[in-house]
Design a binder for this molecule. Structure first.
Ligand SMILES: Cc1cc2nc3c(=O)[nH]c(=O)nc-3n(C[C@H](O)[C@H](O)[C@H](O)COP(=O)(O)O)c2cc1C
Length: 500
């Protein structure tokens, strides 16, 4: 149970409350705005080629149907382009900003990506450590190993620059970094699936990820801009050897801000949640193949967060398909959905729960308000109470109207205390990763259906728990979400990235 008190303290302290939001500057300090793009000095930049030939989206969910692409520079380029690459350039009022395939809280993009690759023609002659540079769609070559990694397989590591989110969100930002890492992880999984590649989460120790990527080489980073190790994936099957770095590689990281604001609790929570990453509990049900849809690449690039919703309804089939899509990430069994149903044809307005691990039914019933009706709507969906929850949804989502104007919005209610007991303090990180992965998949599924979504990191934690009658830490909501039809802001112009 080491470090669990630190997790519980951070979690409670960073809850938004109606009378007081979690501590942050409370204004945007433009003078210290961090550079959204990490680069390394002295690292040769290898441009990646474009390949726009991606399979239909629905085929990603047919097991073993898509042929396995060979490991070459073109396929690697596709993997990164459709996971962490730029998806659009937006401009308005003289300013311009890039949006990426992976959603990110405040578009601040704390997640960085490292690849340990075998020799690949046109890229490197020996096993190499590389860093993905999304702005250039290129790989920075950080180190050439003397050892080999194996053949036809490689490693991807994700890390977070917590300062990027702290700049705007202060103490609550560590939560957003973890959700963002989950979004990035699911983006990589989906992009690997487009290539028919397996993407396996490795239950590595945080210190191992740091050592593999050189994140522990403190001299290369500004003290406030260090990267915290998140997740490690093996891509494609094959015997793998993890090569090691010398104690200092000669590529210092760029400086992201010239000065920083300090939030000591962020160091405490980050230190408390290092360790051996848990082996996931898998869901019992699998997602069904969705109806035919457009090319997967088009859907990934089109995915955008709605900033306003038009208040229209969606069909029951669309709703069920969205719930089913969340089963794609099999290692998300700790997450249930508590839904505010506003406008779904054939489903009464009200408060619902979708139980994604059927074994949890009794435990959830015991933890929640005994007055709930638990009317069985089949396939794990239960109505808790009829009624108009639009006002409650908006209020709980820090008064954001998207939560009431969507067809439905929901909170991701996680098996909390038991997960921490089972996995230790790093289980807290893993719960956010589960929620983020689900979020990214739901964004894509909504896009495939012609709908839109928005992740909601800003919500009043205990107001939501009180509404459900939750009185302890058995379940906690860690991420909120809304799905409906977006109103497009015509004042904002959109351009294709990478055209220059
Ligand atoms: C973890 C997370 C939390 C978010 N929270 C909010 C939120 O509370 N309100 C909101 O309008 N958008 C929220 N968003 C959406 C982001 O602002 C959006 O992803 C970002 O601006 C990039 O735009 P894009 O998703 O269209 O690429 C959130 C996104 C993520 C991933």
């Amino acid at each position: 149970m080491k470090n669990i008190p630190a997790v519980l303290e951070y979690h409670d302290r960073t809850k938004h409350r109606p009378s007081r939001y979690a501590a942050s500057l409370g204004y945007m300090d433009w003078a210290t705005q961090p550079d959204p793009f990490r680069r390394y000095e002295n690292a040769p930049l290898i441009a990646l080629k474009f390949n726009d030939n991606t399979p239909p989206y629905h085929l990603l969910f047919e097991p073993n149907l898509l042929p396995e692409a060979p490991l070459c520079i073109e396929s690697l380029s596709q993997l990164l382009r459709y996971s962490l690459g730029l998806a659009a350039i937006k401009s308005h009022g003289g300013s311009e900003w890039a949006l990426r395939c992976n959603a990110s809280s405040g578009n601040l993009h704390p997640t960085e990506c490292y690849l340990i690759l075998p020799p690949i023609a046109g890229l490197n002659e020996s096993t190499s450590l590389t860093h993905y540079a999304p702005k250039e769609h290129a790989l920075e070559l950080l180190y050439r190993y003397h050892e080999s990694i194996g053949e036809d397989t490689f490693l991807i590591a994700l890390s977070s620059i917590i300062w990027r989110e702290a700049w705007k969100y202060g103490e609550r930002c560590w939560r957003y970094c973890q959700l963002d890492a989950g979004h990035a992880a699911a983006s990589i999984r989906i992009s690997a699936a487009m290539l028919g590649w397996e993407c396996t989460l490795i239950a590595a120790d945080s210190s191992e990820i740091s050592a593999l990527c050189g994140l522990d080489q403190c001299a290369r980073y500004d003290v406030h801009e260090r990267e915290s190790p998140d997740l490690l994936f093996q891509i494609r099957r094959g015997t793998l050897n993890k090569p090691s770095l010398p104690s200092l590689i000669e590529s210092p990281a760029n400086r992201l801000s010239h000065s920083h604001h300090h939030w000591p609790i962020l160091e405490t929570i980050d230190a408390a949640t290092q360790g051996s990453y848990p082996s996931p509990i898998r869901l019992k049900q699998k997602r069904r193949t969705p109806p035919p849809s457009k090319s997967s690449g088009e859907i990934v690039l089109k995915r955008r967060s709605a900033q306003m919703m038009d208040g229209s309804s969606i069909t029951m089939e669309q709703f069920r398909q969205m719930l089913d899509a969340s089963l794609y990430c099999q290692d998300t069994a700790d997450v249930h959905f508590v839904l505010f149903v506003h406008r779904i044809e054939g489903l009464e307005k009200g408060l619902y729960i979708c139980i994604r691990d059927p074994d949890e039914l009794q435990s959830l019933q015991n933890a929640m308000d005994p007055a709930f009706e638990w009317f069985d709507c089949t396939e794990g969906l239960y109505r808790l109470q009829k009624g108009d929850y639009r006002g409650a949804a908006q209020m709980i989502s820090c008064n954001q109207e998207i939560a009431k104007d969507g067809a439905f919005s929901f909170g991701m209610l996680c098996r909390f205390f038991e997960s921490l007991e089972r996995d230790g303090a790093i289980g807290y990180k893993n719960l956010y990763h589960q929620c983020g992965m689900i979020g990214q998949i739901l964004y894509l599924e909504a896009t495939s259906l012609g709908l839109s979504a928005t992740g909601i990191g800003c919500f009043l934690d205990d107001e939501f728990h009180a509404l459900l009658g939750l009185q302890d830490q058995r379940y906690q909501s860690l991420y909120h979400f809304t799905i409906g039809r977006a109103v497009i802001d015509m004042r904002i112009a959109t351009y294709q990235p990478y055209t220059h």
